[in-house]
Design a protein around this ligand. Structure first.
Ligand SMILES: *[C@@H]1O[C@H](CO)[C@@H](O)[C@H](O)[C@H]1NC(C)=O
Ligand SMILES: *[C@@H]1O[C@H](CO)[C@@H](O)[C@H](O)[C@H]1NC(C)=O
Length: 505
């Protein structure tokens, strides 16, 4: 059998591929210590680079990455540099062909081994410096000084786990305080309390950030973009502080990236989309900047609500150790306020019921882990309200997009936030019989019981969800009748048999 030239070339290519694959898997199997503490570091530790320059934050369509890489190579031709991108940058990135300069493509691909998409595969030094596009090295020693500063921090109790040096760009780094609450799906930024040298939880603006490779690659999403947003959220949650160095500054690129208005516009648009996707992926639904500025990343009027059908009265987020997403609480408050406005205008007598009354009695708001709002109404008043009359016949979308309908589970009404977002207020019609409020269908809930009508005569105003609603008089006794004694003082999840507040915290 004769081999054609084409077949021979194919065989050679396959062999070459196999060799590369074999080499990478061999590298993977070497004990880590052999790789990091190999012959280079022992004797030549002082001379050999200890820091890998990692370039992740740049726009493929307009950047100054070659200038950045060259500037570090001018300080030390052996400087390890890794440029990380999701996929092959386009237009192609011109990097020097040197063994210490590598392009890491993080997106999995059919033809690459698993290790190729893991950034830690490319880093063998103790430290990593995340260098933003638009920065440049000039004069030796900056990275070494940063590494020294980090070593000194490690010796101090409560020392910082990251050190940062500003880039002299148009937006140099600024120190921020950051509190992350997973339970509340919230990140709160504010000005960092003054300290010298500055100690921050997060940075705004351009900085080179240096940390131990082992710390960086132990994060769940080490190189998710925007790198700063993701890195500082994960660091703050672990209590890792950032020391902002005042005596090390990196110069800005001579040919700064994104110099045109169009490039900036495009970068900002893509940056916003990436940031929203990252915050959602990390479970942050609300970012608060202090002074009342809020950014919402959760469900809205035209998206589904952000949790699925509730089973056993225990919504999915409780099992994740979280409370109601803030966007859902906001939508519930808005729906409750709207429904109460409609009922009051139509002359339908209503009152806060169940968990909603409990929340109002405790702290004037929806219980922070509740997933709906309950109101009682007088059955005989239903006819007064156009939306409720409509709901008797089918579902009605009112002029503000709320959906009024008869619930499928029984004889009560439900008002949904929107057609796509099914966060809702339930309206339970009761009628008086011999001084007792009753109804015809009952759900299997402890609080779903008859009660004396005198609790409704008169109704009393009570602060709830940002407005004033009507509530039963003597609501403490009303709640204890429904839920049992001490219910106001002793918060508990809706179904403690499945998941209890004490057991989950
Ligand atoms: C973070 O939490 C601490 C302690 O509760 C508080 O003193 C500080 O003001 C909070 N900072 C921000 C930015 O929310
Ligand atoms: C990685 O993080 C976990 C906690 O998140 C910690 O227990 C572990 O020691 C860390 N590993 C390294 C190598 O730092």
């Amino acid at each position: 059998m004769r081999l054609t030239r084409c077949q021979a070339a194919l065989a050679a290519a396959i062999t070459a591929n196999l060799l590369v694959l074999f080499y990478v898997s061999w590298l993977q199997q070497q004990p880590r210590s052999a790789r990091t503490r190999g012959p280079r570091r022992g004797a030549a530790a002082a001379a050999g680079p200890q820091v890998t320059v990692l370039v992740r934050e740049f726009e493929a369509f307009d950047h100054a990455v070659p200038e950045l890489v060259d500037s570090f190579l001018q300080q030390d031709p052996a400087q390890p540099v890794v440029v990380a991108a999701d996929a092959l940058p386009y237009p192609p990135l011109a990097l020097p062909r040197l063994p210490n300069v590598r392009l890491a493509l993080l997106q999995p691909a059919l033809d690459r081994p698993a290790a190729a998409s893991r950034p830690e595969t490319y880093v063998a030094t103790e430290f990593v410096a995340l260098v933003p596009d638009g920065a440049r090295a000039e004069g030796p020693g900056r990275l070494e000084r940063m590494a020294e500063a980090l070593r000194a921090e490690a010796l101090r109790p409560g020392g910082a786990r990251l050190v940062a040096a500003p880039v002299a760009s148009a937006t140099p780094a600024r120190c921020l305080a950051l509190n992350v609450s997973l339970r509340e799906w919230t990140a709160r930024y504010g000005p960092a309390p003054p300290s010298a040298p500055p100690r921050c939880d997060a940075l705004d603006g351009d900085a080179v950030v240096l940390l131990r490779a082992r710390d960086l690659f132990n994060l769940s999403a080490p190189l998710a973009r925007p790198v700063g947003t993701g890195l500082f959220l994960q660091a703050a949650l672990r209590g890792w502080a950032v020391r902002l160095l005042l005596d090390v500054t990196f110069p800005a690129a001579r040919q700064p990236p994104l110099a045109t208005a169009h490039a900036r516009w495009k970068a900002e648009r893509e940056g916003r989309a990436r940031r929203a996707a990252l915050l959602r992926a990390l479970g942050i639904r609300l970012v608060s900047w202090g002074g009342g500025r809020l950014e919402w990343f959760g469900c809205g009027k035209d998206t589904p609500r952000c949790f699925g059908t509730v089973a056993g009265d225990t919504p999915s987020y409780l099992y994740e150790g979280r409370w109601t997403p803030p966007c859902c609480l906001r939508a519930l408050r808005e729906t409750a306020r709207h429904v109460v406005g409609v009922l009051e205008a139509a002359g339908v007598r209503y009152w806060l019921e169940g968990g909603s009354l409990l929340g109002a009695a405790r702290h004037g708001d929806i219980i922070p882990w509740d997933y709906d709002v309950d109101l009682g109404i007088y059955l005989e008043d239903v006819g007064n309200c156009e939306q409720l009359r409509g709901a008797e016949a089918g579902s009605v979308v009112d002029e503000r997009g709320f959906v009024w309908e008869k619930a499928v589970e029984g004889d009560f009404f439900r008002v949904q936030f929107s057609e796509s977002n099914h966060l809702h207020v339930d309206l339970w019609p009761f009628y008086p019989r011999d001084g007792v409020m009753t109804k015809d269908t009952w759900l299997d809930h402890r609080q779903d019981v008859e009660f004396p009508e005198h609790f409704l005569r008169p109704l009393v105003p009570l602060r709830f969800a940002g407005f004033v609603a009507q509530a039963p008089n003597n609501y403490r006794r009303f709640l204890e009748l429904k839920f049992g004694p001490g219910v106001i003082e002793n918060p508990e999840y809706p179904n403690p048999a499945l998941l209890s507040l004490a057991g989950s915290s």
